[in-house]
Design a protein around this ligand. Structure first.
Ligand SMILES: Cc1ncc(COP(=O)(O)O)c(C=O)c1O
Length: 405
């Protein structure tokens, strides 16, 4: 049954579209409608696509025709999700991965050759650190680290084999901030590929490409999903670099599932409004903690006391949803605080509607030595709060009673 289409039944195609505001891109950047004139994009749960004849199949595989062939390469749901992130980040192209880590690993594996060298900030997500120290060295790819407060040492770490400059900002879990623009200038001067993990900020808060990044990576598992349901990752950036990453991914298979892409594309429709509220709640939590006598230090990008407050203000639109604080009394106090929490969740994830509390020294980073933890800003009493969307009074009441108990 083919249904008649009304004049305005199709969303604008990419070629017709004028650049729109962030929220509009998130909602209106949509896959072409089917003959059923559905309003909301359906789920294309199909592993492959069919061809009219041998010639169409040949031309499609030869890339003379742009169309879906097989969902490891592209699928309407993953394409819609990627198109939105590309528009939000001001990129040219992108590819969606099964997880944030598969986006990070595939990006490095696609771009590096044996013997290449990476310069990275030491404060990176734990599995990214494992990739640098345990896995890339198998192919003779080594990484030199600088600490968050050692940006002046970066140029000294660059060798003739250095190909990539990599950072995360804000960092996980200590919420440190790196100067995107300054590092972008260094990368440009030395002809390095500048890659930024923008997971904590989201494209609503910060767009690293504006500051010189060549590629931006997200774990979509966090605020992009925002409701703790699915895993996902995405890399976006220039057409040339994304072509190499696409060819690597198309052949090695780390693709995002159409179902997850469908969920994540719907989530993007509310990203702006969610991040606004997350950031508002997080700032209130940060201010409450700053005034509490059981708390030694609070780290939140938009608190004036944050060591990189000025840089945060320059490159971020909001402070984001993560607050880190130092509880008086070290490891024991951190564990006790977690045990006293009643409403908030004890979980390793972040960026959920539900407020999540973690104590890195006794959990996620418990196997590191104290010295290694301190290198990345994880003091014994550091607590990370991923502030959710519950009523702020309930969030603060739970934190307050846990601090006081
Ligand atoms: C900053 C950052 N990058 C990457 C990842 C990895 O993402 P995923 O768990 O989706 O593989 C995480 C996960 O917590 C993260 O926090």
């Amino acid at each position: 049954m083919v249904l008649a289409r009304t004049k305005n039944s199709q969303p604008e195609t990419n070629n017709q579209r004028m650049k729109k505001h962030f929220e509009t891109e998130a909602i209106r950047n949509q896959t072409e409608r089917t003959q059923f004139s559905e309003h909301s994009t359906p789920l294309y749960l199909t592993s492959s696509f069919i061809f009219e004849d041998a010639e169409e199949m040949r031309a499609s595989f030869a890339e003379e025709k742009e169309r879906n062939l097989y969902s490891r390469f592209t699928n309407p749901n993953t394409t819609e999700f990627v198109n939105k992130i590309v528009a939000m980040e001001g990129a040219q192209a992108g590819y969606a991965f099964a997880t944030g880590m598969s986006a990070i690993f595939s990006t490095f594996a696609a771009l590096l050759n044996a013997g290449d060298h990476v310069v990275s900030c030491r404060s990176v997500f734990g599995s990214t650190h494992s990739m640098f120290t345990k896995f890339l060295p198998k192919w003779n790819i080594n990484t030199s680290y600088f600490k968050v407060d050692e940006v002046d040492l970066v140029e000294g770490l660059i060798t003739e084999n250095t190909k990539i400059l990599y950072i995360e900002t804000p960092t996980n879990p200590a919420v440190d901030i790196l100067d995107l623009e300054l590092l972008g200038k260094i990368a440009k001067k030395h002809n390095l590929i500048y890659i930024v993990d923008n997971c904590f900020a989201t494209p609503y808060v910060q767009q690293p490409i504006k500051f010189g990044a060549d590629l931006v990576i997200h774990s979509a598992t966090k605020l992009i999903d925002g409701q703790g349901r699915v895993l996902g990752g995405v890399t976006v950036g220039s057409k040339e670099l994304m072509r190499e990453i696409y060819l690597f991914a198309r052949n090695t298979g780390p693709a995002m599932s159409p179902f997850n892409a469908w969920v994540l594309s719907k989530s993007l429709e509310t990203l702006a409004i969610r991040v606004e509220k997350h950031s508002k709640n997080a700032k209130k939590v940060a201010k409450f903690l700053e005034a509490n006598e059981n708390v030694e230090l609070v780290k939140y990008p938009f608190l004036k006391s944050h060591p990189q407050y000025k840089v945060a203000k320059k490159q971020m639109k909001l402070g984001g949803n993560v607050v880190a604080f130092e509880i008086k009394g070290g490891i024991e106090a951190g564990i006790k605080f977690l045990d006293n929490i009643k409403m908030c969740s004890l979980s390793a994830n972040l960026g959920d509607t539900r407020t999540i509390v973690t104590h890195p020294s006794s959990t996620t980073h418990g196997r590191l030595s104290e010295e290694d933890r301190l290198e990345v800003g994880i003091t014994n009493g550091l607590v990370r709060i991923s502030v959710g969307l519950e009523n702020i009074n309930d969030i603060i009441a739970d934190i307050e009673q846990a601090l006081e108990s």
